[in-house]
Design a protein around this ligand. Structure first.
Ligand code: MSP
Length: 637
């Protein structure tokens, strides 16, 4: 039997351009699809856009256009963004697609005919932003928790879906199927919603109020309410009620969402499916929210981070790596470019990039750039490396299916670091000098080449471009999407004598991206040697300011650190390791030079936003100051 996998993302509203939140969900779905393809599954990966609803009609009116043209434009932006992020979706559905409209109308008619949809008057509190009625209980201080606005009173005759009659079934289903909604915190959240009696779901809008929707097949004075329309995309894209795709993939369906749309997916959707007499989707996987330093991303506050702005500066795989490594699936995470730069330089350019380039450079030098055969039997160092290989394999196979991407990546990096350590311990350059050790050198270099190859295989779901590049340079001409774990996950499959290509660094450090005109801060690595010369532009990236020390304090429990408040035109708190040489009282009033654009850091729990410059004089340390006092905030150049 062929193993199958079906994953969906939410269909995104077309009232906003794609941002990193949308990118994250879609990249996660991509990683899962690629992982399952790697494992030999037949996969189907669906994404798309939600074109209907009040919000979109409003956004179109504000833009002075009709809803369809507006939806076409933004939907295309999504469609065009995904290939740039290497998203391997099999289908892209829109709620304005005729295939979708057909399925929605079929379902409405079926559920209506069986008596699960009825007509009634409804009076309630309606949030325009959410396009739904709220119960008093759901409001926070009388306001919609998502929009922080008071809902408006609204009375309307509408159609309702008898959701309440499926409440008991849903509670037992969730209880009996612990992996239905994951992680557990969201399963508990849904169960706690269900502790209160469920109301029936209003599924229509009168056409005079909203014409931008799908007409009800049994009453053309009404269109469907946004959720009843949107959720059905997961079935209409499979061709429900007919179609091979439906038969093949519905039994293994998995929806991926963020916590904002838990209720529609955890409650409305399973009850709708139940009313259709279908088995429920198999899994709902829920992740947290990306927040920027300013908090929630918001268009009006200009805090939306757009993936396409970041790619030219950092490259696609650095962006994918950061999102997947940084967020613990299920919890919120913070997005900052500084953190991205740090991960890029440390993990990608340094750890992975160095391992790859050292291995290839040594193969070029010691074996004329050809894969050597294994030589002598493994020794202790080899066994330690192979033990890490086995551990990483286990972690990769266990953690990815659980959406614990950060753990899988940590384990892949443990292998990379074990290989870097192995090089330092074994010292292949010494083996090379000794002709009696040629056999040992073959084993060492072959082990290293195999670790690099296996690392590329592990990286195919996460960083497909990098993985493919690595494989090509190791003499394997396979597309990332053709790699299969069963075959390629085995040890020792490199072809003896295959040519390897030393090539260029896999990841340029961000300093060099800067030279190409990007104005981003850099984070030099500690162990990095100072280059002989730097271009003037590199020097200019430093914002050096003269400041006056306003306050100085000891940092509790630290012998070395002082906390200073420095006036550089604005007050800055910095932590300096100067307690051995200066008493706090001696510093107040002194002028100092501060690196003002240094990435903030916490030292002994105290935030430091900058660094004071000092000079080492023998064992003493002296702060640097201008020869004559200058105005605080003056720039050093
Ligand atoms: N159209 C509905 C979904 C219908 S699905 C049948 C909708 N659209 S949306 O454009 O608002 O997309 C919401 C989804 O976008 C979230 O569930 C999540 O996948 C993604 N994200 C949007 N902002 C996000 C963050 N700040 N962080 C993480 N993901 C977020 O709701």
């Amino acid at each position: 039997m062929t193993k199958r996998f079906y994953i969906t993302t939410p269909i995104y509203y077309v009232n906003a351009e794609p941002h990193i939140g949308h990118a994250y969900t879609t990249i996660v779905a991509d990683v899962m699809s690629r992982f399952h393809r790697l494992m030999g599954y037949r996969t189907h990966f669906l994404t798309g856009t939600d074109d209907h609803g009040d919000k979109i009609a409003q956004a179109a009116a504000e833009a002075g256009t009709d809803p369809k043209s507006y939806a076409d434009r933004i939907s295309n932006l999504f469609r065009e963004t995904w290939p740039k992020l290497n998203i391997s979706n099999d289908d892209f559905i829109r709620t304005t697609d005729p295939r979708h409209i057909k399925t929605v109308q079929y379902i409405l008619q079926k559920v209506y005919d069986q008596g699960d949809i009825y007509f009634s008057n409804y009076k309630g509190l309606y949030c325009v932003g959410c396009e739904r009625f709220y119960t008093e209980r759901e409001l926070v201080d009388g306001k919609c928790p998502d929009h922080d606005k008071k809902p408006v009173e609204r009375e309307e005759a509408n159609y309702f879906f008898r959701m309440s009659q499926y409440q008991d079934w849903l509670i037992s289903y969730i209880r009996e199927n612990p992996d239905f909604i994951q992680p557990e915190r969201y399963r508990n959240e849904v169960l706690s919603f269900l502790r209160e009696p469920l109301e029936d779901l209003c599924i229509s809008r009168p056409i005079q109020r909203l014409s931008w929707g799908i007409p009800l097949p049994f009453d053309d004075r009404y269109v469907t309410y946004v959720w009843f329309d949107a959720l059905i995309n997961y079935l209409s894209a499979l061709g429900y009620p007919d179609g091979d795709l439906f038969r093949e993939y519905w039994p293994v369906s998995r929806h991926l969402i963020a916590k904002d749309i838990l209720k529609p997916h955890g409650i409305y959707w399973p009850t709708m499916i139940r009313a259709l007499g279908l088995p429920p989707f198999r899994h709902l996987n829920v992740h947290g929210y990306w927040k920027t330093e300013e908090g929630k991303m918001s268009k009006s506050h200009g805090t939306v981070v757009r993936p396409l702005d970041l790619l030219p500066v950092y490259g696609l795989d650095a962006f994918r790596y950061f999102l997947l490594r940084e967020m613990v699936f299920g919890l919120d995470a913070g997005f900052s470019e500084e953190a991205l730069v740090q991960r890029l330089n440390a993990d990608l350019a340094n750890d992975l990039g160095n391992l790859f380039s050292r291995t290839l450079a040594m193969t070029a030098k010691y074996f004329q750039g050809k894969v050597p055969p294994f030589g002598s039997d493994p020794d202790e160092n080899d066994r330690a490396l192979l033990a890490q290989r086995d551990q990483t394999t286990v972690d990769f196979l266990e953690e990815v299916p659980r959406f614990a991407f950060h753990k899988a990546l940590i384990s892949i990096w443990a292998l990379i670091n074990a290989a870097n350590k192995y090089i330092d311990q074994v010292g292949p350059w010494q083996l090379f000098k000794d002709p009696g050790k040629a056999d040992r050198l073959r084993t060492v270099m072959r082990n290293l080449l195999e670790v690099n190859r296996l690392t590329a295989v592990f990286l195919t779901p996460f960083l497909p471009d990098t993985a493919e590049k690595m494989l090509h340079r190791l003499g394997i001409s396979k597309a990332a999407s053709d790699v299969r774990f069963e075959e390629d996950g085995r040890w020792g499959t490199l072809r003896e004598g295959a040519p390897v290509d030393k090539g260029e660094a896999l990841f340029p450090r961000v300093d060099s991206a800067q030279k190409q005109g990007a104005k981003r801060p850099t984070v030099p690595k500690k162990e990095e040697k100072t280059p002989d010369t730097v271009p003037i532009d590199t020097f200019r990236t430093l914002d050096l300011r003269v400041g006056v020390v306003k306050e100085a304090h000891n940092v509790p429990k630290s012998q070395k650190l002082l906390r200073l408040i420095v006036d550089i035109g604005e007050e800055r708190q910095v932590v300096a390791g100067i307690a051995q040489w200066y008493k706090p009282a001696d510093l107040v009033g002194k002028q100092v030079v501060l690196v003002a654009n240094l990435q903030p850091a916490k030292l002994m729990g105290v935030e430091s936003r900058g660094m004071v410059l000092a000079v080492q004089d023998g064992t003493a340390l002296r702060l640097i100051a201008p020869a004559e006092p200058v105005a605080p905030g003056s720039r050093v150049s």
